[in-house]
Ligand binder design. Structure first.
Ligand code: ADP
Length: 163
């Protein structure tokens, strides 16, 4: 069975990547679906986010990366995914995620939502925390893949630190 892992990924974190790597072992194919949604005013353009994820998942043959706009269940049907994969970091994620899962089930009963617990060492990570740290010049190299760290340095106009 194929699974869809949808999100904004603005930008991809090591928490996202961990979920992708573990998800790729569970399913025949995993599609990372990058939500376009310009209303969210992302830091990184859709093309940049696609490139970041493709770069970080190049070692995973079962993973493909595609963009979508609109309903997640429509994207799941479009890519032939029977499962929507979502990550749970803490109880605070749960209420929102449960509501979305029920909504998606009411729209497309053949598509199941599966939650995976985030790796403990990554459970504090979110795209917004990473951006906040990078904005004020903090080191984000333990939070995001190398290519993303470079993009964040460029975006916030910080000179690259060697080593
Ligand atoms: P969205 O805007 O849809 O919440 P995100 O890019 O923030 O998109 O997250 C996409 C998915 O990745 C969600 O299921 C979210 O719970 C999960 N996720 C977010 N941060 C992490 C993390 N640190 N570890 C694992 N999964 C995460």
């Amino acid at each position: 069975m194929r699974a869809l892992y949808p999100g904004s990924f603005d930008p991809l974190t090591l928490g996202h990547l961990d979920l992708i790597e573990r998800g790729a072992r569970l399913f025949d194919g995993l599609v990372v679906g990058v939500l376009e949604n310009p209303a969210k005013r992302p830091c990184f353009s859709l093309e940049q986010r696609l490139a970041q994820i493709r770069g970080a998942t190049a070692h995973l043959p079962a993973v493909s990366v595609d963009s979508f706009d609109g309903l997640t269940v429509t994207m799941a049907r479009r890519c032939g995914a029977g499962v929507i994969l979502r990550g749970l970091r803490a109880l605070s994620d749960f209420e929102y995620e449960l509501q979305i899962a029920h909504t998606n089930h009411s729209l497309a009963a053949e598509v199941e939502t599966l939650f995976m617990a985030t790796a403990t060492q990554h459970s504090f990570l979110s795209s917004s925390v990473v951006k906040e740290v990078a904005r004020f010049g903090g080191d984000v190299r333990h939070m995001v893949p190398t290519g993303v760290a470079e993009d964040l340095l460029r975006f916030f106009n910080r000179p690259s630190t060697p080593g």
